[in-house]
Design a binder for this molecule. Sequence first.
Ligand SMILES: CC(C)(COP(=O)(O)OP(=O)(O)OC[C@H]1O[C@@H](n2cnc3c(N)ncnc32)[C@H](O)[C@@H]1O)[C@@H](O)C(=O)NCCC(=O)NCCS
Ligand SMILES: Nc1ncnc2c1ncn2[C@@H]1O[C@H](COP(=O)(O)OP(=O)(O)OP(=O)(O)O)[C@@H](O)[C@H]1O
Length: 199
Amino acid sequence: MKLVIGVTGGIGSGKSALTRYLETQGITVVDADVVARQVVEPGTPALAAIAGRFGGDILQADGGLDRAALRKIVFANPDERRWLEQLTHPLIGEEIQRQLAASISPYTVLSSPLLLEGSQSLLVDRVVVVDVPVEVQVERTMARDSNDEAQVRRIIAAQMDREARLAKADFVVDNSGTLAALEQRAAQLHTELLALAAA
Ligand SMILES: CC(C)(COP(=O)(O)OP(=O)(O)OC[C@H]1O[C@@H](n2cnc3c(N)ncnc32)[C@H](O)[C@@H]1O)[C@@H](O)C(=O)NCCC(=O)NCCS
Ligand SMILES: Nc1ncnc2c1ncn2[C@@H]1O[C@H](COP(=O)(O)OP(=O)(O)OP(=O)(O)O)[C@@H](O)[C@H]1O
């Protein structure tokens, strides 16, 4: 049977940095954030529903979703966030399952910031948590995106807290050091996961 490894961690923890390395080793990575974009591409019923709720201003000139505008709304308003999640999460779940089923690598990774919050956890055999202190999450996310500090902290507040996430981990990847240290740890993890897949 196909081994599916969940990779999770809060915003800016380093999931993509870890999974990029695993991809270089030939592992198929299904990324929930990428899938979340696919289900609201122009022409989809989900994008039409979003425009119906928030008005045409939520669309950019090219018809695509203005993600920064929607981000501001949903992380300032939990009811709107839940509305968006109820619309998109079932679609995201279906597309994730389709992509997992198509994978032929020795094991397959599902990378998701919300792996442990809902039903996505049912799709994985083991859980890898990429862990950094909250202050590092804030610092790295601000350096990467055009989010101010308060916005990043609101997003973190909408996610599972660090201790609860760590309590559900089968493997922990500490990413508080350098990218070189992360790569070393990633190589070790990959060896362990290949052994698990072969067992
Ligand atoms: C609000 C949206 C439009 C903002 O888009 P934007 O391009 O700015 O961010 P992106 O999608 O790349 O997400 C960045 C990070 O924000 C965090 N995040 C996104 N959605 C959520 C959420 N519903 N709850 C908590 N954190 C979230 C994650 O850490 C994610 O990695 C977008 O995040 C979205 O559609 N969210 C709802 C779908 C969802 O829950 N996606 C998460 C993966 S299933
Ligand atoms: N060990 C590290 N040292 C320095 N910078 C790092 C390290 N790991 C990751 N980063 C940087 O921190 C930022 C966040 O990392 P990454 O995008 O991998 O996180 P993520 O968990 O995928 O985030 P998100 O949930 O927002 O998608 C990126 O700009 C990345 O290059």
